[in-house]
Design a protein around this ligand. Structure first.
Ligand code: SF4
Ligand code: SF4
Length: 441
């Protein structure tokens, strides 16, 4: 199998400092939305202080933790549903919200590391029910679901990774009334510069960025769970849970290939084989890796939903290849999170990370761009400002790169043995489950 050396097609790599600085800045100062949101109505005091003290932004490390869950939501959503149902924006009564998955009924996805007593969600997680209740009221649905992913914890290894709750809301108008009441309370407090009428947040007493400025110790209005109390029936829905787990197992076994499949065709071959054999143990592992994507996901968000006109995703179709190429500031852009604890010098990048360059090269060739952008976020580099690097990469001979992409696609389609496919980078083999079958052990 002749090796395609992507490094010889890279004509120039430039570190782009100004883009890096702008990106870091926008990450550090992500502002809450201007309009009132469902999450504001869950924590009125915090919503007030967030607007009054925008300079008190949580440190990057803390945001990283907060985003861990977000990463899970999106990846999980894509595995069990499809793009048109994910992250649906809704607006009603001057309040905005984003429903994780909304096909027939609203579905909220939550992650937690503390096992919850499955019998009493109302007692242990009233805010989950409040949030779902508000979404249901906004879209006029009398029922919704809460999916909880338990991060694996040593002290409770037997906790099921996924629990689904079905919740009904018989009185949507009463929920809407309470939403209006909370909205008006917040608006009045903002106008009057006086938060004393706002109830304390549910996580009162825990570490909060606004505790220095908050008046909760002197004017404590108790937290209320009026919306959660309006819930009707709450039950654990194990049928849906099973269906979700099976969907996840089948999520990657569609007939179409993605661009990454032609970057690692051999691995793609094995993965398909394995999935079609119905191997299920990987599901938990899969859930876990989704959870870890959080921080990179926040960065990816900046690329995907940047300033208007800045970000777009271009569909690429070459049967049987169907994928989307991320364009950011007019350039195909990929973001990766190498686990190295120090930065790799620019000249060594294509040899060290040939798969990143293959992917970017394929993205560029398939969309006819000679230049692409590689963002590296070194998760393990301790210094905050050194973690992110932005490189502008120029490719030569786009046609040859495109021909290689199509050749791999054809090979992948026709292969009857993995040995007919190009190898993955050799550092991957020692960690790979297929090394025995692949002859790399
Ligand atoms: S200090 Fe407590 S009540 Fe005040 S904003 Fe923070 S969590 Fe809410
Ligand atoms: S053993 Fe190596 S070449 Fe084979 S599939 Fe795994 S990573 Fe790829």
């Amino acid at each position: 199998m002749s090796d395609f050396d992507i490094a010889s097609y890279v004509s120039r790599i430039e570190a782009n400092r100004s883009v890096k600085d702008a990106l870091m800045q926008s990450l550090k100062t992500r502002r809450p939305p201007y309009r009132i949101s469902v999450t504001d109505l869950l924590n009125l005091k915090q919503a007030y202080f967030r607007r009054k003290y925008p300079e008190i932004a949580p440190p990057l490390e803390k945001q990283q933790l907060m985003w861990a869950g977000t990463g899970f939501h999106k990846t999980f959503g894509s595995a069990v549903s499809s793009e048109e149902y994910l992250e649906q924006f809704v607006e009603a009564e001057g309040i905005v919200g984003k429903i994780d998955i909304y096909e027939k009924i609203p579905v909220e996805v939550k992650t937690t590391s503390t096992p919850i007593d499955t019998k009493d969600l109302l007692k242990y997680r009233p805010t989950y029910i409040e949030q779902l209740g508000m979404y249901c009221a906004m879209v006029n649905a009398h029922e919704g679901e809460i999916i909880i992913y338990h991060r694996p914890a040593e002290e409770s290894p037997s906790t099921p990774p996924l629990v689904v709750y079905h919740v009904t809301f018989p009185n949507l108008e009463a929920i809407r009334e309470e939403m209006r009441r909370r909205r008006d309370l917040l608006v009045q407090a903002l106008i009057a510069n006086d938060p004393s009428n706002l109830p304390v947040c549910p996580w009162f007493n825990r570490q909060c960025d606004y505790s220095q400025v908050c008046d909760c110790a002197t004017t404590p209005m108790p937290a209320s769970y009026k919306i959660a109390e309006l819930a009707g029936e709450i039950y654990v829905d194990s049928t849906t849970c099973e269906q979700l787990l099976s969907k996840m197992a089948g999520a990657q076994s569609s007939q179409l290939f993605g661009i990454n499949d032609i970057v690692f065709p051999r691995k793609a071959y094995f993965e398909r084989l394995k999935l079609s054999e119905g191997v299920r143990e990987e599901k938990e592992e899969y859930l876990r890796s989704m959870d870890e994507l959080g921080f990179l996901d926040a960065l990816r968000d900046s690329l995907r939903y940047g300033a208007p006109g800045e970000a777009q995703r271009i569909p690429v179709k070459h049967a049987p290849l169907a994928d989307l190429v991320q364009i950011w500031q007019k350039l195909p852009t990929i973001l990766r999170g190498p686990k190295f604890s120090s930065l790799v010098e620019r000249e060594r990048l294509p040899r060290m990370f040939p798969h990143y360059f293959l992917r970017l090269g394929f993205d560029c060739a398939l969309t006819e761009h000679t230049k692409g952008r590689l963002l590296l976020y070194y998760v393990k580099v301790p210094k905050e400002d050194a973690k992110l690097m932005v490189y502008d990469v120029n490719f030569r001979n786009l046609n040859t790169i495109k021909a290689e992409a199509l050749r791999r696609l054809e090979l992948l389609e026709k292969a009857t043995s993995p040995l007919q496919l190009p190898k993955c980078p050799s550092w991957m083999c020692p960690y790979c489950d297929y090394r025995l079958e692949c002859g790399e052990a």
